[in-house]
Design a protein around this ligand. Structure first.
Ligand SMILES: [Zn+2]
Length: 405
């Protein structure tokens, strides 16, 4: 047993003062230090410096580790030019991102307090980096392919990647399934992947309604996706409408990434299905996709969380930075409630969406915790200042083990 005493503990919705936490791999009890010391006399005790803040480790539900090699290669500003630049530079980006480069990405997340991440894997080249990462990992093997003729071969490749990830047995590593998007995956493939996720109880994720071009293509087989699909795949119409796509996930709560251009009916569908929206504000801005209407998600009662996306559409993998950008992007939303909601989104709400027993400092939860060094006495504006000031992350505990610091 270990005991850690911190001037402040953010649970994340309540700020406790002068308490300590007893934990092994999970949090066992929260009480004043003396109480815990007498209850667990053999425990190793850590008393944190003045103005330390203990809070749950952050959960980043959506990244693409395989594209961690990008810094200035890809073209930002609009979705299709970016997509063309990904295709043109794909080999180079992937070949330049060795195991070292992907490990650097996991370390970048660790330094900013991310103790769990959801890695969307297109090729399985990130499996080793994810398996060896210090964090908990939900490893989303992605299925992609819009042509019926290729469906069996692509599904076979996906199954091989899935089974390689199922062979990873370390604690905290969870195999999972991702469906790329409504425009890029044939409904027959989606049906099989969703049924498999249900059968094996695997978490499920997909991209949905990221760009205005996706909206136009799915609604009207028009817009900038038209020449793209004509030229690359000899395809003249979308393989799914948005409604058909969502219906394939009925009964299977899924983490839907982006959802910037969903209409009211689709938001209702997402709410009814118990799906979660992953909001990646920096990626949305860099790819010219606009700003999601978070207030509409709230009105529909949709669980939403915040994620970084990969370095193919971001300059950092840091949820504090991501939340700060969200705070400024949604400039009409009341400031302090948004800051609070963002912090809950990357802790408790993300854990619930991924089915993890984490995300709060609470007896019985996994002991994934981070220590920040504040430079002031916190008040009710703490959630806001956590986003604004980039306080140093002094220590990270994952499953009760001190990982750095
Ligand atoms: Zn993505």
């Amino acid at each position: 047993m270990k005991i850690i005493r911190s001037d402040y503990i953010l649970t994340p919705d309540t700020l406790l003062e002068g308490q300590a936490v007893a934990f092994d791999t999970a949090i066992r009890e929260i009480a004043p230090l003396d109480t815990l010391k007498s209850r667990y006399p053999d425990a190793e005790v850590t008393e944190l410096p003045e103005r330390s803040l203990l809070m749950p480790g952050l959960i980043n539900p959506h990244i693409h580790l395989e594209f961690s090699g990008n810094r200035t290669t890809l073209r930002y500003g609009a979705f299709l030019p970016w997509l063309h630049s990904v295709i043109a530079n794909r080999e180079e980006l992937i070949n330049n991102c060795s195991l070292e480069c992907m490990k650097a990405a996991t370390q970048m997340m660790l330094r900013s307090g991310i103790t769990t991440f959801g890695a969307v894997s297109s090729h399985g080249m990130d499996l080793e980096a994810a398996a060896e990462a210090p964090q908990n990992v939900v490893f989303f093997n992605e299925v992609i392919g819009s042509q019926a003729a290729m469906a069996d071969a692509l599904y076979g490749d996906f199954l091989q990647r899935l089974s390689a990830s199922e062979a990873v047995t370390r604690p905290g590593f969870i195999p999972a399934i991702a469906v790329h998007s409504p425009y890029s995956v044939h409904p027959a493939l989606i049906r099989r992947a969703v049924a498999l996720a249900a059968e094996r109880g695997l978490p499920l994720s997909a991209h949905f309604m990221e760009s205005p071009e996706e909206r136009q293509w799915l609604d009207a087989n028009a817009g900038e996706f038209k020449p793209f699909f004509n030229d690359f795949l000899k395809q003249t119409s979308a393989v799914n409408t948005a409604g058909e796509f969502l219906a394939l996930f009925d009964g299977h709560p899924t983490l839907m990434t982006h959802v910037v251009h969903a209409n009211d009916g689709e938001l209702r569908h997402l709410a009814q299905g118990g799906h979660t929206v992953i909001h990646c504000p920096i990626s949305n801005r860099l790819l010219g996709n606009g700003a999601i209407d978070l207030d509409a998600l709230e009105r529909h009662g949709i669980n939403w969380v915040c994620g970084t996306d990969g370095l193919s559409s971001n300059y950092r993998l840091d949820l504090f930075e991501e939340m700060k950008i969200a705070l400024f992007m949604h400039s009409e939303t009341p400031l302090l409630p948004l800051a609070r909601s963002l912090i809950e989104s990357v802790t408790r709400r993300a854990a619930s969406a991924l089915g993890l027993n984490k995300g709060s400092i609470e007896a019985g939860k996994d002991a994934d915790m981070i220590v920040l060094q504040l430079d002031h006495e916190p008040d009710e504006q703490l959630p806001l200042h956590l986003l604004l000031h980039g306080y140093p992350v002094d220590a990270v505990y994952i499953g009760g083990a001190l990982v750095n610091g």
